[in-house]
Structures are given as C-alpha cells and as structure tokens.
Ligand binder design. Sequence first.
Ligand code: ASP
Ligand code: MG
Length: 468
Amino acid sequence: MLDTVVMKFGGTSVGGAAAIRQLIEIVRAGRTRWPGVAVVVSAMSGVTDILLHTAHAAERGEAHLAPAAAEKLREKHLAALRELAPAAPGVADHITACLDEFAALCHAIGVLGEASPRALDAIAALGERMSAPLVAAALERAGVPARPVDAAEVVLTDSVYQAASPDMEATRARAASVVQPLLAAGVVPVITGFIGATRAGVVTTLGRGGSDFSGAIFGVALEAREVWIWTDVTGVMTADPRVVKAARTLPEMTFREISELAYYGAKVLHPKTIRPVVERGIALWVKNTFQPELPGTRIVADSGPVQGSVRAVTAFRGQCILTLEGRGMMGIPGIAARTFAAVARTRTSISLISQASSEQSICFVVPRAASETVQQALEEEFRLEFARGDIDTITASPECAVVTVVGAGMRHTPGIAGRVFSALGAAGVNVVVIAQGSSECSISLVVEAGQADEAVRAIHQMIETVGG
Ligand code: ASP
Ligand code: MG
C-alpha cells in the first residue's frame, strides 16, 4: 500500500478562488513528500447553511425563496470556476444540475409541507457534491492530476439520516476498489466530505460538521499514515483569540483534552469523529490553510505523561442553570432519575450536573433556548411532589456560560482547582456552579453571561505562567 496522507479541507478552505489556490499549492507540496495524497472537501463556506435554511423555509410554505437561493449558490460556484478552471468540461453543467435538483426538492417539500430527514440529507449533500468536482477541476487545470469522488459510492452507512454511522468494513473494501486505484495511478482523489449512502444507495449525511469525520473515515479506510485537517485557525489554541489576545497554538493535545474542549464549544474537531484515527495511531494534525508554513497542532493518544497543568480554557455560551429545590427531596431515591428522564423527553442535552450532598437541590445546565420547555416538563413530572410540598421550586437562571479548564496534567497536579478559583476571585468573577469530570482532566464552572470573557482571561493568565 502507498504511503498516503488524507488532507481534509473545511468550508473556508474551499470558500472561493483564493482559498482553493492555497489548497492547490498545499496539495502540490504534499505530493512531493507523499506517494499518495487523498483530498476530502467540505462544501464551500456557508453553502450547507443556505441549502438547509431554504429547505426549512419551503417547509413553512416559502418555497418561492428557492430559485433565488439556487441562483446565489450557482453564482458562488461559477465565480470560483471561472477563475480557476473556466474550460473544465462538464463542471458548470454538473453544478447547474445539482441546483436544479435542489430547487425541485424544495418545491416538493413546499407541496408536502414537510421536510423529512431523508429529504434534508439529499439537499445538504449537494454542497459537497458541487465543491468536489470544482476543486478537482481546479487541481487538474493547475497541473495536478485529480478526479472527483462521490463518497456516496464509498462510504456505506446505516439509514439514520442526518447522523448516519459508517460501516467501516464495507467502506474499506469500497475504498480499496474506488479510491486506491486512483492513488496508485498518481491521481489525487477529491472526495466529498460529510456524505455517505445506505446499502440501497440513498444519500445520507454524517451530521453537521461531519466532513472531519469523513477525513477520519478515509484515513482509516485508506490505511493512511497521517490525516491533516486544514482549517482557518492555526490549530487548537489555548483560548479563543478574540477573547484573549495572548492565546497561542498548542503544539500537541491529547485526545481526551480535545474531547473536553470540543464538547464545550471550541469547535475545532469533533472528538467522536477523530477517535478511530487516533486509536489506530494515525498521526492527526490540525493546520491552517492560510498559513501552511505553521506546524499546527498534533493530536495524540492519551497515553504517556503530559507536560503542563492547565492547557486551555473555553467558554460555552448561551446556557442556563435549572434548579430543583425542596426540603422533601432529601433521601428520596429516584428524584434525579425522574428529573433527567423528564429532560431527556424534551430531547435536550444537559451539559453539566451538580448536586450537593445535602440533597436539597439538584441543578443542571441546558441551552437557554430550551430552558422553558425543560422547566415545563419538570413541573409536569413533579406535580404531585409540588402539591405535597416536597419540592418547592424549579427555577431557571438568567443566561450564563460554562467555562471549562482543560489539561490532562491536572490529574497529577494538586492545587489547580484552588488556583483557578483564586484567579477568578481576584478578577471579581462570581462562580455560580462547579463540576469536575471524574477524568480530572477538566474543571467546569458556570458564570453569568456577562462575566464569561473576564473568567476566560483570568484563567488564561494561569496558562501563561504555569502550564503549557
Ligand atoms: N458542509 C457540512 C456542514 O457545514 C459538513 C462540514 O463542513 O463539515 O455541516
Ligand atoms: Mg468543520
């Protein structure tokens, strides 16, 4: 098997002619080092959003918006095509055909008044189905042999539309017959990220942001040595640089650290998606398309001692604390189970839970937008306990943020929590709720929305002086 690298380019990295030129140079340089270079692309930036918004509008009876949206998307793709590969045979027609399909699907949704998950996947998949042939044509024109590959022909998934899971064995076999021959012939396959298909050939998607997952799937299926995720940031940073000026790129992060970070909103990589790659010991890098000379961040497996204690801090905004309180809750089993079952029925995901041993209250954090629904569900569930006076109140806090401090080395370093809280106290930040994961690799605390930036900055100062 060839020594292969899989390079996944995100939406901004294929967002227009200038970005695609960068991609071409990156791939060209990669080919001097690697016998096999496979490219996985996202839709051009913003395209998936437009496709899905338009589909949802059609569902609400506004299917008349679709032709204008299709025109806008056509112009976006054709503008890039005109600059990069104006004479590429068939690409403009292919883009037009995709957008005709988009308009027809939106029309059907409008007539039915309903957008099924399957229809939404057919629509969302069009973004990647347009970008891959465009990028392949641009590479060819620049003298790099390339061929578009529709992942629907390679990635076999279940039929859980909008969140499909791949069958890796079948996918590996198909990659061997569809993609390997291209690599062996010195051709760069330009594969659509984000999508797959069921055994019956119906298109599925892996979930929003799923093209990282595609990068990992092809990394494994092609038995690649490395997977490089090209994006618009310089890797994984110690904090959001818009909040902390001194934020810097981490040269290395463990899988567990990135999992904690990703969960709390540092949307660099989705942990679920990269696990297969890290577990197989395939090197995974996050790199910046617009500054390719920088090394980026390497994601490593969890083993081995980790340098530093506090490594990164993030804020997950738009949250709200719900508190269930009552003297009659003490010692009664099942209150927590019923609470969380009631929340689960609203299909809301809880990001943090805390209960003190007095058992007089349970509190947990949910997205602000879901708080009213959740509150109602709880009131219903505990109607009897309310009547009896066992539960006194169910309250929702004003908007808040979950601030998470991450560092695998925290596990072996006592006193970190103390320093975190001293730093916050000194900065005048009021901590409302605290939780520490049992992995001891992260501490999360909830602060009022207005104090989130202050909290992140105060904790980041610890990174500058102690960790990293
Ligand atoms: N285009 C898809 C999305 O926007 C997949 C991706 O870019 O990762 O969700
Ligand atoms: Mg992404």
